[in-house]
Design a protein around this ligand. Structure first.
Ligand code: ATP
Ligand code: MG
Length: 438
């Protein structure tokens, strides 16, 4: 089992020495028992916030006093210490109106969302687990603490947190919790876009994301209804052995790693239902679907308030996903110039995943993708010129030749294009000669 880090141990010790109870609680206990590295370490204590502030005088900050949270610096990390509390009435499906403090750990654990998030562990490795969270964790079951419907109505974010933990831990959502999630899904409308974005990104990072999305499309459809027409949409095309949604989920399964790649896999074919046409032979086509996907994805990512940089990257990957695989020196150099190496790798990974999610008869394309990757590796090893920075001449050279103002940039760009296209070698002499001649 994972060890409690020294800084956190010291905090537990200090609180206990001052006469209070102190426990690691929530996600870190769950992750320790599952033998995963916890993301953050939360401490719960019987000390009131001002008592905690006094115990850690000089290194405590009142970061969330209203909710009883004090953040304490330690050698290796800041740790949030929260006073045992019970939540008051929930009115808006988001946050309790009031919170009140209690000296009872059990009461604090009872306000937590899922049984495996409602455990506490202390310095002597005693476990407090009033709802058998450990058993649920071992059996791989996600279960609300208490009555599921009431718990998800109190705070609708729990709907998405539930799917997220199922996707990350591979847990089965037990029937009452699953029913509560489905029935109350519309309450997600009240949740702030930023919070949905954060949970959805964690969900997509999970190894079981595709399985969870397959089982709960209508939940994600509350904030992203554009996904729903994909479900069951028959492609009527020999390239495909799955409907659009199944194809998407298979592609998602294959597209591991980077969040931009995960989102691109989820959204790459979202423009298919609106662009579907049937020809006289009864064959389905989706002309212009990549561009339709881009428009929809752009709008969906804006709605959830993703950063411009992230959104643009996802949309670029979607735009390129249906283009020919770059697999000549020139093609790869051009793609490198426009996308950069990191994004080109993501594009090749997306192509790979997209193809593996098509009918097996077309998996021969994997070879072309591998060829593209091999060329990319070689060009990077050769430090092939794909940017102005790498060009063998610079602005000063052109100034020396008498160019002024915008002409300098224009000529440099023209030279770069020629080098990227293989029409000129990236050598100073040849480039200058070309400029003088033309
Ligand atoms: P992560 O691995 O992302 O940190 P986590 O379970 O630790 O997951 P946090 O947001 O860090 O999630 O919350 C810490 C703990 O607080 C949870 O484990 C849970 O006990 C409790 N908690 C968090 N959000 C809620 C909520 N919306 N409703 C009830 N309890 C919650
Ligand atoms: Mg946490």
């Amino acid at each position: 089992m994972w060890e409690i880090p020294e800084g956190v141990q010291e905090i537990l010790h200090t609180l206990e020495r001052a006469g209070y109870e102190a426990w690691c609680v929530g996600g870190c206990v769950r992750d320790m028992l599952a033998n995963r590295e916890p993301e953050d370490w939360d401490v719960a204590t019987s000390a009131l916030p001002e008592e905690t502030m006094a115990v850690f005088e000089g290194r405590a900050a009142p970061t969330g006093l209203k909710h009883g949270t004090v953040t304490v610096r330690t050698g290796d990390r800041p740790v949030e210490i929260t006073t045992y509390r019970v939540d008051g009435e929930y009115c808006d499906h988001r946050r309790p109106e009031t919170v009140s403090f209690t000296r009872s750990l059990e009461e604090d654990l009872a306000r937590r969302d899922f049984t495996f998030n409602a455990m506490a562990l202390n310095l002597r490795r005693e476990l407090r687990d009033p709802f058998d969270g450990r058993g649920d964790l071992e059996r791989g079951v996600l279960r609300c603490v208490g009555e599921a419907a009431r718990r998800v109505q109190e705070d609708a974010l729990r709907i998405l947190r539930g799917l997220r933990f199922a996707a990350v831990l591979g847990a089965e959502i037990e029937p009452a919790t699953a029913a509560a999630i489905r029935r109350n899904r519309a309450l997600l409308k009240d949740i702030a876009a930023e919070r949905i974005q954060a949970e959805l990104t964690k969900l997509l990072r999970g190894p079981w994301a595709a399985e969870v999305l397959r089982a709960y499309p209508e939940v994600i459809g509350v904030f992203w209804p554009e996904l729903l027409p994909m479900v069951g949409f028959d492609q009527r095309n020999i390239h495909h052995c799955y409907d659009v949604w199944e194809h998407t989920l298979h592609a998602l399964k294959e597209a591991e790693g980077d969040p931009a790649l995960r989102y691109a896999a989820l959204l790459h074919d979202i423009g298919k239902p609106p662009t579907f046409t049937l020809d006289e032979n009864g064959v389905g086509h989706f002309y212009g679907h990549a561009s339709a996907s881009c428009h929809l994805a752009e709008e969906m990512l804006r709605r959830l308030k993703f950063s411009n940089e992230f959104r643009e990257r996802v949309v670029r990957l979607i735009r390129w996903h249906d283009r020919e695989i770059p697999r000549t020196d020139r093609g790869v150099r051009r793609a490198l110039r426009l996308l950069g190496k990191e994004e080109l790798r993501l594009l090749l990974a997306l192509k790979r995943a997209d193809n593996l999610a098509q009918a097996p008869a077309y998996h021969g394309r994997q070879l072309e993708i591998r060829k593209g990757e091999a060329i990319l590796d070689r060009l990077l090893a050769e430090d092939a010129c794909v940017s102005l920075r790498q060009l063998a001449v610079n602005g000063n050279d052109l100034l020396d030749l008498g160019f002024r103002g915008p002409d300098v940039g224009r000529v440099l760009k023209e030279l770069l294009n020629k080098v990227v296209d293989g029409e000129l070698p990236n050598e100073r002499e040849s480039l200058l000669r070309f400029v003088i001649k033309s």
